[in-house]
Design a protein around this ligand. Structure first.
Ligand code: PLP
Length: 281
């Protein structure tokens, strides 16, 4: 996703070839920074309040120093205006700054949407399950494991996505011990049996997706019950339909799991339409 605009706290829009973080920023040295990925529809960042709340929570959990110019809203507006794209991806970063100096940096980057999203939605995602060895109950009682924090330490998530690609799939479903279903590397996971939609509960330490929250809210009015909890891979395998949710890819139907076809169904289409209606209202 090529970046088309960059705005920096206290500096505003900067040319793309201008340095914006120091080489010894802890975001780079240790992967210690908070970030958000937001989808822009018609020049507006959708769900920005919810993303900013999660960004602030992640920064607090990571113990990042406060920003001197904390207005991410203004920064996002500058970057979106500078990009001049109606539909795009906005990324926000709160980095701790130079090691030992503690002066935080705020960044807003706008990039083009990844190509092929609608084609992928049409054919559905081929997923493979990958075991992480994470113990969800340990993660719940050990806040230093940063369950639910959106930090820039995403190398493990990217390695899982790469492993999925190596196995000929589009994405991964991450499992915890006991084959508990967690989430995708960059998405929440859902499935349906009859009129009930299942999605892993936040107590498993997954990310509280902004899209997930919106879908949970809308599902009832579309006639679905929702059940959040601790579910095994066998539950997902017995699904009548499955899909993922995230800000960038929105609702993506699943067509295959571990080489076995997953039936297509109405819920992913109905929820995708509800999400689009909310995003473009
Ligand atoms: N889970 C993980 C690990 C993610 O990285 C993301 C988004 O990047 C999501 C879930 C979906 O969250 P959202 O709907 O807020 O984009």
């Amino acid at each position: 996703m090529p970046i088309v605009a960059v705005a920096v706290g206290g500096r505003g829009l900067v040319p793309l070839d201008r340095p914006v973080v120091h080489a010894d920023d802890e975001a780079l040295l240790r992967g210690r920074a908070a970030f958000e990925t937001v989808r822009v529809y018609g020049g507006r960042a959708f769900g920005l309040d919810e993303h900013l709340a999660r960004l602030a929570e992640s920064a607090a959990r990571l113990g990042l120093p406060a920003l001197e110019t904390p207005d991410f809203r203004e920064l996002a507006d500058e970057a979106i205006a500078g990009a001049g794209l109606a539909d795009a991806v906005l990324r926000l970063f709160h980095t701790p700054g130079r090691e030992g100096r503690g002066r935080a940096t705020a960044l807003a980057l706008v990039a083009t949407l990844p190509p092929g999203l609608e084609e992928l939605r049409g054919r559905g995602l081929r997923l493979v399950s990958l075991q992480t060895g994470i113990d969800p109950s340990a993660r719940a009682s050990a806040p230093w494991l940063l369950g639910g924090v959106k930090s820039t330490s995403y190398a493990v998530n990217m390695a899982a996505a790469a492993e999925a690609a190596r196995r000929g799939a589009d994405d991964a479903v991450l499992l915890a011990t006991g084959d508990t279903v967690l989430e995708g590397p960059t998405a929440n996971v859902w499935w349906r049996r009859e009129r009930t939609l299942y999605t892993p509960g936040l107590e498993t330490g997954i990310l509280a997706g902004v899209t997930r929250a919106l879908l949970l809210e809308r599902a009832e009015s579309l006639g679905y019950h929702t059940l959040e909890g601790v579910f095994g891979l066998a539950d997902l395998c017995a699904a009548e339909e499955a899909f993922t949710s995230s800000s960038v890819r929105e609702v993506m139907p699943v067509s295959e799991l571990d080489g076995v076809a997953v039936p297509r169904g109405p819920a992913s289409t109905e929820l995708q339409e509800a999400l689009r209606a909310a995003a473009t209202a």
